[in-house]
Design a protein around this ligand. Sequence first.
Ligand code: AMP
Ligand code: ZN
Length: 112
Amino acid sequence: MEDCVFCRIASKKIPAKMVKETDRLVVVKDINPQAPTHLLILPKAHYPTLLDCKDRDLLGEMLEAASDVARDLGVDKNGFRLVVNTNEEGGQTVFHLHMHFIAGRPLMGRMG
Ligand code: AMP
Ligand code: ZN
């Protein structure tokens, strides 16, 4: 989708700090990090929200990418948090499915 910022990042039409790429997804640094490590796991295909994606393989690949990145960055032992904000009360602001990968500081009850 031409007017979707994450489609544009995934197709490299706008720059982002890329951490990992597979056939079906990219992992990039969040532009406004909430922790020392704050990444976004983005499918290349456009799904507005989690609710729109029925592709179990893709959803599994997103989780697998999170584990891979955790090991690659050495935050697997200390731990990390995955978040999929969904729709308005879920705090979603970009309507292209994405998973936040947050690590590098103690994360207590809430995300912020
Ligand atoms: P959400 O509130 O779950 O929809 O999260 C959207 C996230 O995308 C926010 O954490 C933003 O900081 C991040 N974001 C927005 N635009 C960009 C961009 N061009 N590059 C990297 N991250 C972005
Ligand atoms: Zn998109």
